[in-house]
Design a binder for this molecule. Structure first.
Ligand code: FAD
Length: 806
C-alpha cells in the first residue's frame, strides 16, 4: 500500500481516486482548494460533450473507456451519461472527405461511425438548416457526460474505501527529500506521501513549480453560451435527447440543455490566461475558472449558429461565459511520473471526454508498473529541455487552440515555435531549398527543391499522388527515393533518435536487465534489441553499440524512452547516462554507390566484407572523428556517420564533394521513410508500441530467453503461452496506382479485422504496400482483404514470407 495524495478534486482527481481504490489502494487522500465537489475548476461548468473518435488511437481509447465508466455509473435517478449520439456536419467538400477518413479510423479503433447524406443529417437533428450541407458523420455511442454526477458516484465509492477528501484546503508546498516526494504542505497542515498525483487542472504549472517540474500547458478562455428556449424544444422534459452537433467549418458545437441549447465556440481570437490573473475561490462572484463573457467575440459565431439552426434567432442568448481550460503544445494530455522527481505524478490537460479513461490507466500504471494502453504520446517526459520554456509551449498551445477544429493533415508543419533546434547542416540545407518540418524541436528537411530537375529524369516511374495524399507532398520525394536506389542519397538523421552514452562499473549488467538480447558483444559491434516494460509490452527498439569494455552508445526513439532508461537506474548504481543528442550530428549515406564512394575516401576502412549489420567502428574521415554504423537498407548499403557538432559541417562538405562523381544528392526525411517502408523495416512507435509483445510483431529473433533475467521476462513467457492478440503483416495493394496514408481499417468480408500502421509505395514491386496489425485468425496467406481509404475499399493480399527487418 502506498500513501497517495491527489491534488485537485475535479473530474480527473476524483476519477483517479476511484480507480486507485478499485485496484485495491486504501491510503488515498484528495486535497482540494475549493469547496467539494463543485470546486470552481473547469469541471464545475463543463458542458460534457463527448466526441470519442479522433485520429489519435490513444485519445479514442481513453474516451471510450470514459464512456464505459460513466455509463456503468449512470442510474435513472442520477445520470452520468446520456447516450444520444453525435453528429459532425460538413459544410465543405474537404470537410466531408475528412469525415470519411474519420469514419475509417473509427472502424480502425473499434467504434461504429456512419457517413450520412445531408437529408440523413437533418433527420438526426431536425433543428438544422439543410442548405450548404455536404453530409455528416454520426457516432451513435457518443453523448453527454454529467461529470459532477459521475464525481458524486465515484467519490461515494472512494469514501467507502476510506479515501479522505479535504475541501477548502490549498496545497502550498511539496516536500522533496533526495529527489523523492515526502509530503504535501497545505493550509490545513502537512500530509505525508509516497506518491503525489497532480490533478490540479490549469493550476498544474503552479504545483509543478513547487517541485521544479515544468508542466507545459497554457490556460485558455473558451466561449460557451446558453440560449433561451427554442420553439421546437418547448415540450422537452429530459435534459438531452438530441445528438450533440459539431459544425467544425465554423468552429462551433451545440448540445441540448432541456428547452434550449448550449453553444461553444473556438472561432474567437485566442484568449490565453495567465495563472496570476485567476481569482481565488470566493474573491469574485464567478468561479475561478470563469472570466467575464466578451460578447464581441461571439458575434460571428452567433451569426453562423443562427444560419445553421434558424430558430436560434428567435430564441437569443440567455448568458455566456469565457470558461478556462488547458491546452498543450501538441494537443495531448500530460501524464505519468516526472523523471525529475520520484513519486511526483501528473494527470493534466485532460478533457472530461478522456477523464475516467486516463484515471484507469494512471491507476494501472501506478499499481502494476505499466498501463495497458500505450501512453507514450501523453507522457510528461516527452518534452526535451527546450520545450519546457514558455517561449516554446505557450505559442504552440495557442496555435493548437486556434486550429482545434481545422482539418489536420498528418504532414502539416506547425507555424509557431520553429527554428529552435538545427543541425550544423542547416544553412547548406536552406541553400538547397529544403522544405522543413519539425520533429522534437528539430528542423528536418522533408525534401529539397534543388532536386526538382530529377522529377523529369524519373517521370515515367514516379507514382503521381492525388487528393489527400498529394497534400504536403512533392514529386521530388519520389525522385529522391528513386535516385537513392540508383545512386546515393545523403540524409540528415540527427533528429531521428536520442543518443545516450552509458558507461561505468556495472553497465553490462544494467543493459542486460534492460534489454531482451545478450548485449555483451565485442567492442566495435552493434546490436538491435528491445526494451520491454513490466507487462512485456515493447517499450522501444534500441541500437546498442559497444565502444569499450564499460562504455556503450545507445540509440533510442525519443525523450520518453530515454527517461525510462534513466528511471531504471538505481540510486546506488555506478553507471552514468549522458544524453549526447544535442552535441552529435549524423548523416546517413545510402545507395547503390555508397560503398564505392566511401571506398574512394578510405579504401582500407570501407573495403568489402568488413562491414555487417553488427559493425560499428570509430574512425577518422580526414580529420573528422566519426562513429560509423553499417546497415543494409532496402537491399542497399547504408552507413550512418555521426560526429560532433563542431565538425558536422566539414563532414557534410567532404561527403558532398566526394559524392559528386557518384551523383550524390541531399535527400529528405520523406524519401527515407519511403525507403524504410519499401525495405520492410519496422519502426518503434509507428508499427508497434507498448501494447504489443515481440511475438505479435514477429521480433522473436530479438529475444534471448537464455538470459536469466530482464525486465518483462516473466510476463513475456506468459504472453507467449497465451498467444498473440494481434499480429503484424505486410499487405500489397492490388491496384498499382493506389497509396494509402496509415491508420486505415482493414476488412475481411466486411468485418473489421485490424488496421494499417505504416503505408508507402514500393517501386521494386510497383505497388502500394502497408503494414497492418490484424487479428491472428484473419492472417491467411490466401485471403484477400480490403483496405478502406476515404470511404472506398481497395483489395490487398497478405504478402507471403514478408521478412520483417528491424
Ligand atoms: P478541474 O476541474 O479544474 O480540477 C482541478 C482542481 O484542482 C480544481 O478544483 C482546483 O481547485 C484544484 N486545485 C488547483 N490547485 C490547487 C491547490 N494548490 N490546492 C488544492 N487544490 C487545487 N471537456 C469535454 O470533454 N467536453 C466538453 O464539452 C468540454 N467543454 C468545455 C467547455 C468549457 C467552457 C470549458 C471551460 C471546458 C470544457 N471542457 C470540456 C474541458 C473540461 O472541462 C476540462 O478539461 C476538465 O474539466 C478538466 O478537469 P480537471 O479535473 O483536470 O480540472
Amino acid at each position: 500500500q502506498k500513501k497517495i495524495v491527489i491534488i485537485g478534486a475535479g473530474v480527473v482527481g476524483c476519477s483517479t481516486a476511484y480507480y486507485l481504490n478499485k485496484m485495491g489502494q486504501r491510503d488515498v487522500t484528495v486535497i482540494e482548494q475549493g469547496p467539494l465537489f463543485e470546486t470552481g475548476g473547469s469541471t464545475s461548468h463543463a458542458p460534457g460533450l463527448v466526441f470519442q473518435v479522433s485520429f489519435s488511437k490513444v485519445l479514442t481509447t481513453l474516451a471510450s473507456q470514459t464512456v464505459e465508466t460513466f455509463k456503468s455509473l449512470s442510474t435513472d435517478a442520477q445520470r452520468s451519461f446520456y447516450s444520444v449520439g453525435s453528429l459532425e456536419v460538413a459544410h465543405t467538400s474537404d470537410r466531408l472527405e475528412d469525415l470519411k477518413r474519420k469514419a475509417g479510423v473509427a472502424s480502425s479503433w473499434g467504434i461504429d461511425a456512419f457517413v450520412l447524406s445531408p437529408e440523413e443529417c437533418c433527420e438526426k437533428s431536425p433543428l438544422i438548416n439543410r442548405d450548404n450541407i455536404y453530409g455528416g458523420l454520426y457516432v451513435p455511442s457518443d453523448g453527454i457526460a454529467k461529470p459532477l454526477n459521475a464525481v458524486d458516484q465515484m467519490t461515494s465509492f472512494s469514501k467507502s474505501c476510506d479515501t479522505k477528501f479535504y475541501g477548502n484546503t490549498e496545497v502550498t508546498n511539496i516536500e522533496v527529500v533526495d529527489g523523492q516526494v515526502k509530503a504535501v504542505e497545505t493550509s490545513a497542515g502537512k500530509f505525508e506521501a509516497d506518491l503525489i498525483i497532480c490533478c490540479a487542472g490549469f493550476w498544474g504549472p503552479h504545483i509543478g513549480e513547487m517541485v521544479g517540474v515544468t508542466i507545459p500547458l497554457q490556460p485558455m478562455a473558451h466561449q460557451y453560451v446558453f440560449t433561451n428556449e427554442l420553439e421546437e424544444l418547448a415540450e422537452e422534459e429530459e435534459e438531452v435527447t438530441m445528438p450533440l452537433i459539431r459544425q467544425q467549418d465554423s468552429s462551433i458545437y451545440f448540445r441540448q440543455v432541456f428547452n434550449g441549447l448550449g453553444i461553444g465556440s473556438y472561432q474567437h481570437r485566442p484568449l490565453p490566461v495567465e495563472l496570476n490573473e485567476i481569482t481565488k475561490y470566493g474573491e469574485a462572484k464567478e468561479m475561478p475558472s470563469v472570466k467575464a463573457f466578451t460578447p464581441e467575440d461571439f458575434e460571428k459565431p452567433w451569426q453562423d449558429a443562427t444560419e445553421f439552426i434558424p430558430s436560434l434567432k428567435q430564441a437569443g442568448i440567455k448568458k455566456g461565459i469565457n470558461g478556462i481550460f488547458s491546452f498543450t503544445p501538441d494537443g495531448m494530455p500530460l501524464l505519468g511520473e516526472s523523471q525529475k522527481v520520484r513519486g511526483f505524478w501528473v494527470a493534466e490537460a485532460i478533457w472530461v471526454t478522456h477523464s475516467a479513461g486516463v484515471a484507469r490507466q494512471m491507476a494501472e500504471w501506478i499499481v502494476n508498473g505499466a498501463p495497458t494502453v500505450d501512453l507514450e504520446l501523453c507522457d510528461i517526459n516527452r518534452f526535451d529541455t527546450y520545450a519546457q520554456s514558455p517561449d516554446y509551449y505557450k505559442p504552440r498551445s495557442i496555435e493548437n487552440y486556434e486550429k482545434v477544429y481545422d482539418i489536420h493533415h498528418p504532414s502539416m508543419p506547425p507555424e509557431t515555435s520553429r527554428n529552435i533546434r538545427v543541425s550544423p547542416y542547416y544553412m547548406r540545407q536552406k541553400t538547397l531549398g529544403a522544405y522543413f518540418n519539425e520533429k522534437n524541436g528539430w528542423e528536418q528537411p522533408q525534401w529539397y527543391e534543388a532536386n526538382d530537375s530529377l522529377v523529369s529524369v524519373y517521370e515515367k516511374t514516379i507514382l503521381k499522388r492525388k487528393g489527400w495524399a498529394a497534400k504536403y507532398w512533392s514529386p521530388i520525394i519520389e525522385a529522391e527515393q528513386l535516385h537513392t536506389r540508383q545512386h546515393i542519397g545523403l540524409y540528415d538523421v540527427t533528429a531521428t533518435k536520442k543518443r545516450l552514452e552509458i558507461k561505468g562499473d556495472g553497465v553490462v549488467e544494467f543493459l542486460q536487465q534492460l534489454t531482451t538480447s545478450n548485449i555483451d558483444i565485442p567492442i566495435g559491434h552493434a546490436i538491435n534489441t528491445l526494451m520491454l516494460h513490466e507487462l512485456a509490452g515493447i517499450k522501444d527498439e534500441i541500437k546498442v553499440i559497444r565502444k569499450a569494455t564499460s562504455a556503450f552508445h545507445v540509440l533510442c526513439t525519443g525523450p520518453v524512452e530515454a527517461s525510462w532508461i534513466q528511471k531504471q537506474l538505481s540510486a546506488s548504481s555506478q553507471v552514468v547516462i549522458q544524453d549526447v543528442t544535442a552535441e552529435t550530428c549524423s548523416l546517413c549515406v545510402i545507395g547503390l554507390k555508397a560503398k564505392e564512394m566511401l571506398q574512394s575516401l578510405d579504401s582500407d576502412v570501407f573495403v568489402e566484407n568488413k562491414w555487417t549489420s553488427q559493425s560499428a567502428k570509430e574512425l577518422l574521415i580526414g580529420n573528422i572523428p566519426v562513429l560509423a554504423v553499417y546497415n543494409s537498407y532496402a537491399g542497399m548499403d547504408s552507413w550512418e556517420l555521426s560526429t560532433t557538432n563542431d565538425q558536422g559541417l566539414q563532414l557534410w562538405d567532404l561527403l558532398f564533394e566526394t559524392g559528386r562523381p557518384y551523383k550524390l544528392i541531399a535527400a529528405g526525411d520523406r524519401a527515407l521513410e519511403a525507403l524504410r517502408i519499401e525495405s520492410f523495416t519496422l519502426r518503434s512507435s509507428k508499427d508497434f508500441w507498448s501494447e504489443h509483445d515481440p511475438y505479435e510483431i514477429g521480433l522473436d529473433h530479438m529475444i534471448d530467453l537464455n538470459k536469466p533475467t530482464f525486465i518483462g521476462r516473466k510476463a513475456l513467457i506468459d504472453r507467449k503461452e497465451k498467444g498473440p492478440k494481434l499480429i503484424l503483416v505486410t499487405l500489397i495493394l492490388d491496384n498499382p496506382t493506389v497509396v494509402v496514408m496509415g491508420y486505415e481499417p482493414v476488412f475481411s468480408k466486411e468485418k473489421v479485422v485490424g488496421f494499417v500502421t505504416s503505408a508507402g509505395y514500393s517501386y521494386s514491386l510497383g505497388k502500394g504496400i502497408v503494414y497492418a496489425l490484424l487479428f491472428p485468425e484473419n492472417v491467411n496467406e490466401e485471403a484477400t482483404l480490403d483496405v478502406e481509404y476515404f470511404g472506398k475499399t481497395y483489395t490487398a493480399q497478405v504478402m507471403k514470407d514478408s521478412t520483417v527487418v528491424i
